[in-house]
Design a protein around this ligand. Structure first.
Ligand code: ADP
Ligand code: MG
Length: 399
């Protein structure tokens, strides 16, 4: 799916014209209401800086949190606009608090070339999440052209991500969107081999379609996290108090049979009687999980094997933590795999991390910039890996 990008726009198409840019500024706010983690804001800077440098009047749309189609002060984008202003020194960045689109249109027209206007939360607007065509028509008045750089929201057909793209042309992808699609797309379409995927996380049910998509494409599929428990159960192993999805056991058995030895499960586990920081733990073989304990992480021998596999790969795709990394010491498996990804990257492999919790884990490991690409879109990257069409991308102009 080749889409036009901001790089296909001529300077004449941009200078002095209003570029309506949908960004994903859905960032966490701290207790004081300030931006907690500005990763997503920084991820949009290449697109914004390029538009500013080329003299466009940049009008930004984003959602934040889950307000219910009405203004809610705690979900205001004002602190986000402040953070953006700090990240773009020398650029005029202003915030417009109105939810009246006519007022917002006037503000957009008053902008000087090279200035940035941050509009209020799109989810304050009735019709955003229902992709109401009337709202999309109103939003289309806010720009002379449309840019979608909100990869993290591209799996939602909302008025600001999908509806407006049909009504305002050119409608092109931003640089972040382009980069996300390029990395994830190349991994699926023509990966350098060996191509290894590592899946983990809490539930197999949310990732069945990803497994089904990836299995025919990968050379090896490594499975950790709580997902592994459901496979253990399918093998007839004792899983104790571990998180298992009983209604997926048959499916896990089928997947194992189809995949054969391309599918690799943990060989050992870190178990404990309860999930608590600093609790006494034990490393056991996977066939020796005590009935009164639960598996909260993969064991060291598994980390060694998964790590060796990762280091031998040319392309690595990782989605889902290997254990409950939020609660040390159950972070060792996840961080061990993260380090293996960093090693592989240094050796020339392309390494891609998708999924919100996996992205948080790699950041916590301090290895965000030691891998090739960390996707900014949790749900969107998952849907992309499932082979689904992302409506926010499909609506853009073809290249
Ligand atoms: P992502 O957001 O990267 O796609 P998921 O949302 O699928 O990842 O899963 C992340 C969650 O899985 C984490 O909160 C982690 O604590 C949990 N998890 C991982 N391993 C286990 C385990 N063995 N038991 C219980 N929960 C686990
Ligand atoms: Mg998650």
């Amino acid at each position: 799916m080749q889409k036009k990008t901001v790089r296909d726009l001529s300077d004449a198409e941009l200078r002095g014209r209003r570029a309506l840019v949908r960004v994903d500024f859905n960032v966490p706010l701290d207790a004081a209401g300030h931006v907690g983690d500005d990763t997503r804001i920084r991820a949009a800077l290449p697109t914004l800086q390029s538009l500013v440098a080329r003299g466009a009047k940049v009008v930004l749309l984003s959602h934040l949190g889950r307000p219910k189609a009405a203004p809610e002060p705690k979900y205001s984008l004002e602190p986000v606009a402040q953070r953006l202003a700090e990240l773009m020194p020398g650029t005029h960045v202003e915030f417009c608090e109105t939810t009246d689109t006519d007022d917002a249109v006037q503000a957009s027209e008053r902008l000087a070339p090279g200035a940035v206007l941050v509009l209020e939360n799109t989810r304050f607007l009735p019709g955003e999440e229902t992709n109401d065509e009337r709202l999309a028509r109103e939003l289309a008045k806010l720009g002379d052209l449309y840019v979608n750089d909100a990869f993290g929201a591209a799996h939602r057909a909302h008025a600001s991500t999908e509806g407006v793209a049909h009504l305002l042309h050119p409608a092109v992808a931003g640089l972040l969107m382009e980069k996300e699609l390029a990395y994830l797309g190349a991994a699926l379409a023509n990966p350098q081999r060996p191509f290894i995927a590592i899946l983990g996380g809490a539930k197999i049910s949310g990732k069945l379609d990803v497994i089904a998509q990836l299995l025919p494409k990968v050379d090896r599929l490594l499975i950790g996290g709580a997902m592994a428990n459901t496979f253990f159960r399918a093998m007839g192993l004792e899983t104790g108090k571990s998180l298992v999805e009983p209604d997926r056991v048959d499916l896990a058995r089928e997947l194992s049979n189809t995949a054969g030895d391309r599918l690799e499960l943990p060989v050992d586990a870190v178990v404990a009687p309860e999930l608590k920081a600093g609790v006494a733990t034990q490393v056991v073989a996977r066939d020796a999980i005590p009935a009164d304990q639960a598996m909260f992480d993969v064991g060291p021998e598994t980390v060694r094997r998964f790590g060796d596999a990762v280091r031998s790969a040319r392309t690595v795709l990782w989605n889902g933590p290997m254990g409950v990394f939020e609660t040390p010491p159950f972070d060792a498996g996840t961080f061990g795999v993260a380090r293996a990804l960093a090693d592989a990257t240094r050796a020339g492999a392309t390494t891609i991390v998708g999924g919100g919790d996996s992205a948080a884990a790699i950041a916590e490991a301090g290895l965000e910039s030691a891998v090739t690409h960390v996707s900014t879109g949790g749900g969107a990257s998952l849907e992309f890996l499932e082979g689904k069409t992302l409506p926010g991308v499909a609506a853009l102009d073809d290249a």
